[in-house]
Write a new protein. Sequence first.
Length: 405
Amino acid sequence: MATGPVGTFAQLYIIQLHGSVIDIGLAATFFAAASIPAAIFWGFVTDRIRTRKGLVVWSYVLIAALLFSFLLVRTVYGIIVLYSIFSFLSSAFATPLNLLIMESQPKASWASAFAQFSMVSSIGVTLGLLLSVGWSGFFPLQFLVITLGILSLVSAALSVQMIKEPVAMFERSMIVMVSQSFYHFILALPLLFLKIPKLMDFRRIFRGVKFGPTREPALIYTSIGAFYFASGAFNTSIVPSLTSASITNSQVFLVFLVGMAVQTLAFRYLGRRIQESGIRHTAVRGLVLRAISYGGFAVATLYLINIPYLVAALILYPLGAGIAYAYYYAASNVMVFNTLGRSNQGAALGVYSAVVGLTTMIGSFISGFISFYISYFATFLAAALWLALGASLTSAIGEEVEVSP
């Protein structure tokens, strides 16, 4: 609840301070850039500091302090700096929480425990957005962080009372050994560096794009790169496109609330559909649906404003960020897991994480300038075309990735 609305809040606050879509693009770029060293740093800390509870508690406390700090900042660049620091801090608790589940539950209960963990997290984000809808409808936007900061402190207090240090501790690499832990970790934080990738690691994966069995990881990672590039571009410009169409802050939060609610339900009921349709076809379907959503937004920016644009957003955003996102995310994570093998897992994951972080950052950076100097139509259309490219690459992936882990 505390962290879910922060991204939307930061973008709306930048607009309130008379920032442009370029400023929002810079904020999203630095957010993505900070997430890469954050994943490396907090992974190292988790392996070296043998206290799961301490990391979780202090990360919640530091996030609360950061949220309260937004009250002291009245400049666009100050918000960008705080948003970047938030990116760095918000990945601190992902690894210890996932390891705690494995360390405190019997192996037979891991699947259900991770499913419950993911569901509770999604419900928390949804409730946070619901709170934001009501708050921004009646109170000044900047004071929303007071409530969010208090919620983070409540999380810290609950962690002190309820979390117990495990008797046995696992190394971070254990996350990759179990499909359920890998799936839910990547769902929460799509960056996992067991080692820092080298240039030869990138060559090893992408040089096989033209050759038989060795081309599958290259196709998967390239299509994932297209997905995150398009997502970075779209997500950077969606909030300013809504506000430029005279949609209120409360209504903007409403769009994200509906999208998150639909996404939560889609993840909840997706398992059987993947088994029926196959992993690859599910991924392609998700990419196509997301491309349709982005293309619909492109057309809507040309002809709609105010309530008609809000209605279109309430239909198109849940389609792209809810159903399509759940389809592609679930299927692509299984494909990545199936291509890791038992050797060079750290290198492969390092390349995957670097691709995710860098393409998101580049997409966010370019998006602000395209939207500012050309139009939102051009940004959303370009994002849709990149997703179409990703769908084409995914459809060429071989059947060996179809086997569920």
